[in-house]
Design a protein. Structure first.
Length: 239
């Protein structure tokens, strides 16, 4: 049983979906503190040959709240966000195929931040025929006061994991020996470069999955989902 555990991100880059597809169960933290300067409710898209940030505006609230306790702002202009993205990608080759997905995600009438992001991840996975179950962390019977590696190990034990797969950015967070001591393999998913044409301009890498979908057919993206390496922590290289 291969397990991955990640924070929720709004329309993240392709590596996030490679990770979902690489495991048997994908756990999404909902009972984790919202990171104000992180990427939970924002990402990047292509605008006139450069990267531009888009985001979900949040209701003003305590920074101590968990992601599941945060709400999208009441004045969130869904039409404006949809128009920004559609205008940026109107000439992309797969625009017509992706537009219904984009509309379904952005126009969803859900005000809870986690609920909105969780639903969008399910939508993208369905579009790409990724069948990995997405498990919400708070539904698991573990000690939720645990943090960091201890919490990850508790989740893995609870789910009967034989391997824990993490995104490449987390390679300094975990001790391979701690996982081995509990009969688990530890690996990190390292995405290979995946350049593709972007309206004849210089390629801007690692944008939101939206960018990948707009310029590549669903079948081609499904091939790209397998374009990674699983490496131990001592074999990670910087690209």
């Amino acid at each position: 049983m291969k397990v991955a555990i990640m924070q929720p991100y709004f329309l993240p880059y392709i590596g996030y979906f490679q990770l979902i597809g690489a495991v048997d169960r994908f756990v999404i933290y909902d009972n984790i503190k919202y990171t104000k300067k992180g990427w939970i409710n924002r990402n990047r898209f292509l605008l006139d040959g450069r990267d531009e940030v888009f985001s979900l505006p949040l209701k003003k609230d305590s920074d101590a709240l968990d992601v599941r306790d945060r709400s999208i702002a009441a004045d969130f202009d869904r039409d404006r966000l949809l128009n920004r993205i559609t205008e940026a990608y109107r000439r992309a080759p797969c625009f017509d195929a992706v537009l219904p997905l984009l509309q379904r995600i952005v126009e969803r009438r859900e005000d809870n931040l986690f609920g909105f992001i969780h639903a969008s991840l399910i939508d993208v996975c369905a579009f790409l025929s990724i069948g990995t179950p997405l498990v919400v962390s708070s539904t698991l019977g573990i000690d939720h006061d645990l943090v960091g590696q201890d919490k990850v190990l508790a989740i893995c034990r609870h789910m009967g994991a034989t391997a824990y797969i993490n995104a490449i950015g987390g390679r300094t967070l975990y001790d391979q020996g701690a996982f081995a001591a509990q009969g688990m393999d530890l690996r990190f998913l390292q995405s290979r470069p995946c350049a593709y044409p972007q309206l004849g301009q210089a390629f801007v890498p690692w944008l939101s999955i939206l960018d990948v979908l707009m310029f590549n057919s669903a079948s081609r993206v499904r091939e790209m989902l397998d374009d990674f390496d699983l490496v131990p922590s001592d074999a990670v290289t910087v690209q």
